[in-house]
Design a protein around this ligand. Structure first.
Ligand code: SF4
Ligand code: SF4
Length: 150
């Protein structure tokens, strides 16, 4: 094979591949301009309901609730115990000890959602947590709101 033919045989597949990309669907998405469709079991930022931390829900749809403070106390801390990333710590808010979530450590395993006996920690579809301010990833419990506050 002549040198010219060898060069041509090398360029030809490359050229064909390049041209083929003009007619194929892009592998990338248009995020952030177009939000992705999330799966049903997507694990986003966990949401903590301060008010639920003292009650246990016994089934639905009747939403039967029972105040179990006298039975299990107000500081059950099961979420802290079960978090594999050590991302939850108990802090004091209005004289009550409550869980505080550190999302810079969280691995979004949802063990806390599974473990909480009072269904006080819920899943969410929030995933845009990127920040240059690490402190903003610490979610302090706010007793005046139903969801976790910054
Ligand atoms: S999702 Fe997992 S890592 Fe994150 S706070 Fe809950 S238990 Fe810890
Ligand atoms: S496991 Fe649930 S009820 Fe217990 S401290 Fe954590 S959030 Fe509150």
């Amino acid at each position: 094979m002549t040198e010219k033919k060898q060069k041509k045989s090398r360029i030809s597949p490359m050229f064909r591949r390049t041209v083929s990309h003009f007619f194929t669907k892009p592998a990338t998405t248009k995020y952030p301009f177009v939000k992705p469709k999330l799966p049903d079991d997507f694990r986003g930022e966990t949401q903590y309901k301060v008010k639920s931390c003292n009650v246990i829900e016994l089934g639905s749809p009747d939403l039967l609730t029972l105040d179990v403070r006298s039975i299990v106390g107000v500081n059950c801390s099961v979420c802290v115990r079960d978090c594999p990333a050590n991302a939850i710590e108990i802090v004091e808010v209005d004289g009550k000890r409550r869980p505080q979530f550190n999302f810079d450590r969280c691995v979004f395993c949802y063990q806390c959602v599974e473990s909480c006996p009072r269904k006080a920690i819920k899943s969410s579809e929030l995933y845009e947590l990127a920040t240059t301010d690490k402190k903003s990833l610490i979610k302090k419990p706010n007793p005046n709101e139903t969801e976790t506050a910054k």
